[in-house]
Design a protein around this ligand. Structure first.
Ligand code: CU
Length: 148
């Protein structure tokens, strides 16, 4: 009978058979491509690791000063603080879902973006105060700009 010996076991086959410490299985019951499958699994693991690294590279964009990310049906950060004279940029990136940015009165004319699926919208805030805004398409999406 042809047998396949676990390669991780360094003992000669006869010794293995004698003390039965390692599994000895008939070759015909194991796929001949096991080594190739192992190589494919390694390549896959390397690819997944690379993807993971890319993802973590994207995340600092959320913490960019003066930038509000419009994504996953929310504004991130929900409250952003800038100094008078500085700008806030809303970056629309929600996989094609349309959103807008509409200020509550009295900032309804200052914060007033078109409906966007990508791209960005920027407002410069010259007067200190707290500005509430939301997305008119999704009333649960709200945020505020604090100008100091
Ligand atoms: Cu929306």
């Amino acid at each position: 009978m042809v047998v396949h010996v676990n390669p991780s076991c360094a003992r000669p086959y006869a010794a293995v058979r004698a003390n039965k410490l390692c599994h000895v299985t008939p070759l015909r019951r194991r796929p001949a491509l096991s080594l190739r499958r192992f190589a494919v699994a390694l390549a896959l693991a390397a690819t997944l690791t690379a993807c993971g690294a890319e993802k973590s590279d994207d995340q600092p964009a959320q913490a960019e000063p003066g930038v509000v990310l419009v994504k996953d049906m929310q504004f991130t950060p929900a409250t952003i603080t800038v100094q008078a004279g500085e700008s806030v940029t809303w970056r629309f990136d929600d996989g094609g879902v349309p959103h807008n940015v509409q200020g509550a009165k009295p900032a309804d004319t200052l914060i007033h973006s078109p409906i966007l699926r990508d791209n960005s919208y920027t407002v410069t805030f010259d007067t200190p105060g707290t500005y509430q805004y939301g997305c008119t398409l999704h009333p649960q999406m709200t945020g505020s700009v604090v100008v100091t």
